[in-house]
Design a binder for this molecule. Structure first.
Ligand code: PLP
Length: 386
């Protein structure tokens, strides 16, 4: 198993940062790449033609490797909302159709599908999962599967729930979508990079990820997978660089109407960003060398004493099969004194986010037992015992 990778980051040693779901800390390798890129910018002539394309190519290759597909299916985007806008611009549905999203999904997802439904005159239905449901991860997934029918045009969902880490059976859901001809659009922002995924096996039509969390990239970068059936779609902008032959700078005004191959037409304008791409490349290379499966295994081991503590304190939590190991919510019911919790967190310099009624815990390879022990102390102090 991997050991703690703290030495690859420059996190403040006096804080317990359990919040990669908010933003990843900067890798030292990404910091070095950014410094080099900034210094190169002093002399713009050092940025040469191939620099517009080479890092982008490596990034598309590395991301393709991570999600188990081909480089040509990948586009570089600035945000989840941008990637979703590109996808939904190309989805159409007939009269009487409806689309599904998941209750309390991230606003960039909900707002995109809501707008799309209103322009398509389609009904938007929201899937929710009754609380206190017994059993394993099939249950929420089964609710999703049982809700889909031949009048469903699109299912948009996050690969795990962004507030609670609830885990879904993407493969079973993807199979059902394929069987019924439903577009399966997945937000992988809180999943990809930390958990293994195979987009083709899961029959995903589009996978959209912001890169500043589990992909260890800088803010304002993201990556998207477009299934070949979307490759003839229309992008949301008409950039010169997304055209065939754009490498030939001398001929740019021979306006080429043909888009770049595969998902290349969905790359954002100025995707070559000379500062951000070297940072994103460092993040992806690092993740592919760690491997998401090893990140899950590390987080699983690290989280064990925390779950023992939750059990001892009588705090409810999702069963092992229903939650991701890198991200999960601790539900904050009336048995937790919130004032004490917040004060103790500040005292311990413990950094986590509150999302809905949950204290959201995000673990990564830069975390260690000390971080978990700090969280345990905070929970023990704030639990009101009967
Ligand atoms: C599930 C999920 N999707 C997307 C985002 C970010 O969205 P955007 O890139 O549109 O800002 C977040 C941020 O927390 C998220 O948790």
């Amino acid at each position: 198993m991997l050991h703690c990778q703290q030495e690859l980051f420059s996190l403040d040693p006096d804080v317990h940062y359990l919040n990669c779901a908010y933003k990843a800390p900067l890798l030292k390798s990404a910091e070095e790449a950014a410094k080099k890129a900034l210094i190169r910018d002093r002399n713009p002539f050092k940025i040469q033609g191939p620099d517009f394309f080479e890092d982008a190519k490596i990034i598309r290759q590395e991301f393709a490797k991570l999600i188990q597909t081909k480089e040509e299916n990948i586009a570089i985007i600035p945000s989840t909302s941008y990637g979703l806008a590109s996808v939904f611009k190309n989805l159409k549905c007939g009269p009487g159709k409806h689309a599904y999203c998941i209750e309390n999904d991230f606003p960039s997802d909900y707002l995109t599908i809501k707008k799309w439904c209103s322009t398509q005159n389609a009904e938007l239905r929201t899937l929710s999962f009754p609380k206190g449901i017994e059993g394993d991860l099939r249950e929420s997934s089964q609710i999703i599967i049982d809700s889909l029918n031949s009048d469903t045009s699109v299912l948009l969902m996050s690969a795990i729930h962004w507030m609670t880490g609830e885990n879904y059976d993407l493969k079973a859901i993807g199979n059902k979508c394929e069987e019924l001809g439903i577009y399966f659009v997945v937000d992988g922002t809180q999943f990809v990079g930390a958990m293994p995924i195979n987009v083709e096996e899961n029959k995903i039509d589009a996978l959209i990820c912001a890169a500043y969390k589990w992909l260890m990239g800088p803010y304002s970068t993201g990556l998207a997978y477009f299934h070949p059936k979307l490759h003839n779609g229309e992008p949301i902008e008409e950039s010169w660089i997304n055209r065939k032959g754009s490498e030939n700078f001398a001929n740019l005004t021979d306006y080429n109407l043909e888009y770049a191959e595969g998902a290349g037409r969905f790359n954002m304008g100025q995707y070559s960003n000379f500062i951000l791409l070297p940072m994103l490349k460092s993040g992806l290379l690092q993740i592919n060398s760690w491997q998401p499966k090893n990140i899950q295994d590390y987080c699983f081991e690290l989280g064990k004493p925390l779950f023992k503590c939750l059990e001892k304190l009588g705090i409810q939590f999702e069963s092992e099969a229903k939650r991701a190991h890198h991200l999960f919510g601790i539900p904050l019911d009336e048995s937790i004194n919130l004032d004490i919790l917040k004060n103790k967190m500040a005292e311990e310099r413990l950094i986590l986010s509150f999302r809905g009624n949950n204290l959201r815990v995000a673990l990564h390879l830069f975390n260690n037992k000390e971080d978990i022990n700090a969280l345990i102390r905070v929970l023990e102090a704030s639990k009101i015992l009967d």
